[in-house]
Design a binder for this molecule. Structure first.
Ligand SMILES: [Zn+2]
Length: 198
């Protein structure tokens, strides 16, 4: 199998595995990760996140140019990091960045960054690069974390769809590390496709 064919088969699996593993590391809940293509939106897979009940990207009120709550800013940073983690995992695996394949992630990340920096383009560009680098760091600085991404990607290729419990089980099988069982109280039970990861 050529490397191009291999990347076409495995790239989407690494992409979704990147979203899922970084979401786990951030304590962000999701229902499932899948590499089943969606004919409706043309995506090659997605991670189906649970809604953050209290998440409101409108972190500035009118006329207020100061972050009113550091926790909101951190939550927004986490969301952006998880969004760009798919592209970052694919880049580590294939050796090249593919923003085109992750256009809905990119659009969502730009939207959140625009709230964060009130449309200040230089800051938005630098911030997105920083979050992409942070996602890469999270997945590779500890070699175990990249093994997690690889294991989730391989299982996705075999099974196509994994629940959050499946992903947790895969990670646990590679380590004795424990993951956050409790998550922010703001996590609602009602699921939705947010953000619309590709
Ligand atoms: Zn994605």
């Amino acid at each position: 199998m050529s490397s191009a064919t291999r990347n076409r088969c495995s790239g989407p699996a690494y992409h979704e595995a990147g979203h899922a593993v970084v979401a786990m590391l951030k304590g962000r809940r999701f229902r499932h990760a899948t590499i089943v293509p969606d004919d409706g939106d043309g995506s090659l897979g997605h991670v189906y996140f649970r809604v953050l009940r209290a998440f409101d990207p409108e972190i500035w009120s009118a006329g207020d140019w100061v972050l009113d709550d550091g926790r909101k800013a951190k939550r927004l940073d986490d969301e952006v990091c998880i969004l760009v983690a798919g592209m970052a995992a694919e880049a580590i695996y294939t050796g090249r960045r593919n923003w085109r394949g992750a256009h809905s992630d990119y659009r969502a990340a730009v939207n959140l960054a625009s709230y964060r920096f009130r449309g200040w383009n230089d800051a938005i560009t630098a911030y997105l690069r920083w979050q992409a680098a942070e996602a890469e760091r999270l997945m590779t600085q500890n070699p175990l974390n990249w093994k997690w991404v690889q294991a989730v990607a391989k299982r996705l290729i075999r099974e196509k769809t994994l629940t959050e419990a499946n992903v947790r089980q895969t990670l646990r099988s590679l380590s004795q590390c424990t993951f956050p069982e409790t998550v922010a109280k703001s996590v609602a039970k009602q699921p939705t496709k947010h953000p619309p990861a590709t």
